[in-house]
Design a protein around this ligand. Sequence first.
Ligand code: G6P
Length: 614
Amino acid sequence: MCGIVGYIGHRDAYEVIIKGLKRLEYRGYDSAGIALLNDKVELAKTKGKVADLEAMCATTISNKGKLGLGHTRWATHGIPNDTNSHPHVSNSGNLVLVHNGIIENYDALKQTLLKRGYVFHSDTDTEILVNLIEDVKIKEKVKLGKAVQIALNQVIGAYAIAVFDVQKPGEIVAAKLGSPLAIGVGEKEYFIASDASPYIEHTNKTVYLEDGEMAIIRLHKSLKIRSIKNDNLIDPYVQELQMSIENIEKGGYDHFMLKEIYEQPQAIIDTFRGRMKADEGIVKLSGLEDHIEKFLHARRIIVIACGTSWHAGLVAEYIFEDLARIPVEVEYASEFRYRNPVIFKDDVVIAISQSGETADTLAAIKLAKQQGAFVFGICNVVGSSIARETHTGAYTHAGPEIGVASTKAFTTQITLLTLMALRLGKKLGALSNTRYRNLLQELQLIPAKIEKVLAVSSQIEHISSLYNHATNCLYLGRGYNFPVALEGALKLKEISYIHAEGYPAAEMKHGPIALIDENMPVFVIATKKGHYDKIVSNIQEIKSRNAKIIAIVTEGDETVKGLADHVIEIPETEECMTPLLASVPLQILSYYIALQRGCNVDQPRNLAKSVTVE
Ligand code: G6P
């Protein structure tokens, strides 16, 4: 959470930073700020979005410096207001710092600094950090880089920081532990950012700082990376990124979320490209093949993830148990990491994360590794912390997902997990050759079938208009469609702020049925394959309590059509692939309901795309 952008070079730093902050707004958007250095430092910061900052700068910033730092915030310490916004400036006015993360021992550090005469204006841990660095710098009579290093060795917590010294223009010092930080290396210029999107049109050469590393970035000098702990010099590993500018812009859509919903057919093709040859019966994921023995002899698979990725994990439980007969447990990473879990050396852990940066998932991976488990990562963001922390893994190749509500990341995660289960099911003899081949053929057809669902989006938009005033909604599904119900409810609540609950349909009678009346829309996933008769009975039970029923059904279904108030048809598919189709109309429904309610679809309140704090 929080986005950092820094620049040092020959361009107008203001332009680079503002543009970069807009691209990083998905990381947090409750306040924003910028500091520019030329012959003096100019600072502007405000509660609100980057656009508010831009408006403020139009009248307050005159300095077109070539060095600067910017920040877009998701509040942790201190409410979102102008004072708590970053950058933060040290008491002398010399050091200017932006920070993403949490300093856990902030209070102890603050008490020491107060005794030494420092004063604080904000409620943030960041202001403590910038003054700690200043205190070290003055006390030890050292340069900025050394002061940062000494100070960070006193800090407990997570951080990605960038700081400059007004007295020493031409240098930015950055450091990372737990929160991401990338450095773009251009021609006589450097960019610093929480991910590479702010500078991708200027350079694709990127150095991802590792945990415990700091960078001393000086104009006209080569990049220096050092260990924060022992000061050792580390050779920068410069990667060439494949990301393109088109990928991170809206491309004619009103919102990133809509664009990303529509990108799903292509994203799924990209996910199985080069990995699946359906006609030849081949599935090959190198991360899996290289370690296949671990999977074949796994006592069980433990899936760890958060949010929507956790829902993909729940789908994986059904897929792996069904197709490969490997037992699976699915855990919220945040619970797993703190509950002293039993982890066996022959457990295989699959960590799922779109961003590859979720703090709880990252910590759960570290715990599993410490206890000897083998960890396979499924990430979307190439080079992310989780991709690097896991033993091996596979990327989803969905392309950048900017809308905070996850859509294409979810369906591509399921695609990848399906490929893995198919490969393992075949190898373990749990799937006959014919069934295996049929499933591959069907998976190949999924992108075209999603296109058919997208083609009825105007019907879904109409249904949305009938229910956009609801205050509570229920989502029901059974079997493979139970995680779809959870994901449908999550999509609705995160972007439209309507209370929504996902439930296994049969559990409805153990509680939620008490809530059902004529004011409660109930979304039921009632596809032909998968406990159809049972779900039809559940629909009868709902109908007799006068709720409005919106059902996702298989093309040509007549029974549910006769019972429900509205049906949305999806093409027939194999039961294990139903989530790939059934989740799409629910995404579209949430999108239109949020839009009709005037909500900010891409940047819902209080949320952030990348949750780098626990
Ligand atoms: C946040 C996002 C969700 C996402 C979750 C897990 O809550 O808003 O969309 O599902 O984090 O993120 P990850 O990047 O680990 O998949």
